[in-house]
Structure formats: structure tokens, C-alpha cells
Design a protein around this ligand. Structure first.
Ligand code: AMP
Length: 192
């Protein structure tokens, strides 16, 4: 069974279309026999993802820092909950467990996780596919910013191969399969 790392919003106040897309993605993963690792939260898209995975008898593992459990922010009925000390340990473990990374819409936490994964891929620390689910064009300005970074020589053109952008959850599995091959020797051309 392959494990997909999902980054997504904790917010409960976002448009219904994002919740619907998250529920569809969970169904797609379970039907494909894939398990999920995520941030372990019970709210927003994280809560939706977990509830939908569990409703479909899927396996979902949360990785969450102790301080968030102290705040009761963790989902209470996950297949597995791994409690770590720091946010950095959480992100490192989630990335280590992942055969692919998928970013749904989210706030600064999700964007930070996504950009860190892209940074690690550039440095050859990870090589797995990274798929951005650009529902409703939510990530248009971030993608434009990444392209500007390439256009202005902050990154190489080949670095655009580090991520795939799709508009809907239904395109995620194909995007993972068709993701450009990325080798750990990418460090040799990380610098520009
Ligand atoms: P965001 O995209 O800013 O909503 O953040 C999602 C990520 O932020 C999660 O993976 C967590 O790292 C963290 N986070 C922020 N708020 C919460 C919360 N209430 N419960 C759990 N995790 C949260």
C-alpha cells in the first residue's frame, strides 16, 4: 500500500467546495488502496480528510506535536496517531513516510509545508511526486510566484518539474503517476 502525505487547512470557515473536494480525494485514495499521513488535526480540511478516509475504511495516520494534543486539536479516532515534540519533527516524519505529497488548499501552515517539501526536493532530500490541488484557482498566485522565481533566475527552469498542478482531486492519481522523475542527485544542479 502506498502512503500519500496530505497538507491541508485547519480552518473551518472556508468554502464548502474545498470540503467536498477533500472528501472526494479521500474516497479516491481508499479506492486505490492508498493510505494517508497528515497533520493529525480534527478541524477544517484535516478533519474532513480523516473523517472521509475512516468512513471508507481507509488507513490514515496523523503526526502531531504534543502541544497541539494539549490544545485538543488532534483527531480522536485515527488509524494511528504519532505524537512528536516539534513542528519540525512532524514535517520530517510526514515527509519520510510519504510516497507522494499532495497539497490541498490551506493557510500559512499548508503553504509552508508545501514550500518546504519543494525546497527539500530541490536539494535532493526527497524525490517523491508533489501535487498541488489548485481548486478554484486557489494557488494561482503561488504558482505565478514560483514561475516568477524561475523567470528571474532564482531557480532553474528544470525546477518547475518538481511539482504538478491539477484543478480537481480526480486528476491527482494520474498526476502522481505522470510526475517527472526526480533523482536524489538533483543537489548537483540545485544551485543557479
Ligand atoms: P493551515 O494551512 O495554516 O490551516 O495549517 C495547517 C497546518 O497548520 C497543520 O498541518 C498544522 O501544522 C497546523 N495547524 C494550524 N492550526 C491547527 C489546528 N487547529 N489543529 C491542528 N493543526 C493546526
Amino acid at each position: 500500500m502506498r502512503t500519500i502525505c496530505v497538507y491541508c487547512a485547519a480552518s473551518t470557515k472556508i468554502k464548502p467546495v474545498y470540503f467536498e473536494a477533500t472528501a472526494r480525494l479521500a474516497k479516491i485514495f481508499t479506492e486505490a488502496g492508498m493510505s494517508v499521513v497528515f497533520g493529525g488535526g480534527c478541524s477544517g480540511l484535516m478533519g474532513q480528510l480523516a473523517d472521509s478516509m475512516l468512513a471508507a475504511n481507509g488507513k490514515i495516520t496523523g503526526v502531531i506535536p504534543q502541544f497541539m494534543c494539549d490544545e485538543e486539536w488532534h483527531h480522536k479516532s485515527l488509524s494511528e496517531l504519532i505524537v512528536v515534540e516539534t513542528m519540525h519533527e512532524r514535517k520530517a516524519l510526514m515527509a519520510k513516510m510519504a510516497d507522494a505529497i499532495v497539497a490541498l488548499p490551506g493557510g500559512c501552515g499548508t503553504m509552508e509545508e508545501l514550500l518546504e517539501a519543494i525546497t527539500w526536493k530541490q536539494l535532493g532530500i526527497l524525490t517523491v511526486p508533489i501535487v498541488i490541488v489548485n481548486m478554484d484557482g486557489y494557488y494561482d498566485s503561488m504558482i505565478e510566484m514560483l514561475h516568477r522565481a524561475v523567470d528571474e533566475n532564482f531557480m532553474r527552469g528544470v525546477h518547475k518539474n518538481m511539482w504538478e498542478v491539477v484543478a480537481t482531486p480526480e486528476e491527482v492519481l494520474n498526476a502522481i503517476s505522470n510526475s517527472a522523475n526526480w533523482e536524489s542527485n538533483s543537489r548537483s544542479f540545485a544551485a543557479i
